[in-house]
Design a protein. Structure first.
Length: 128
């Protein structure tokens, strides 16, 4: 049986509900959906998809670092979009971070995201 370890970081916004931002189990790290919200203000990074995508991935990076990982260890992401028309802009920023060695990914349009934001990204990583 694998031990479950809760991962936290003071470099990301604190959860807005009863959940953990990261959970390590065995060699896997499960990261809850990260929004494009700044940790220092608790406010959206910007009003537009590119800035929110960038901030959401920076928040993912902070959780990864707290677990001794980085973006290279991510094996799967799920991107939740308020509007699928934002997919090209999100994809542009996503590619800046993940490059050619990208993880598997799903992208879906949802009816609504917390705080009325445009994007939320969750991830699964392998812990080295």
């Amino acid at each position: 049986m694998y031990e479950k370890k809760i991962i936290t970081s003071d470099k990301i916004p604190q959860p807005i509900g009863p959940y953990s931002v990261g959970v390590a189990a065995g060699n896997f790290l499960f990261i809850s959906g990260q929004l494009g919200v700044r940790a220092d203000t608790g406010e959206p990074a910007t009003d537009e998809i590119r800035g929110q995508t960038r901030q959401a991935i920076l928040n993912l990076q902070a959780v990864l670092e707290a677990a001794g990982c980085d973006l290279r260890h991510v094996v799967k992401t799920t991107v939740f979009l308020r509007d699928m028309n934002d997919f090209p802009a999100m994809n542009e920023i996503y590619a800046e971070f993940f490059g050619e060695n990208s993880p598997a990914r799903s992208a879906v349009q949802v009816a609504k995201l917390p705080k009325g934001l445009a994007v939320e990204i969750e991830a699964i990583a392998v812990i080295p």
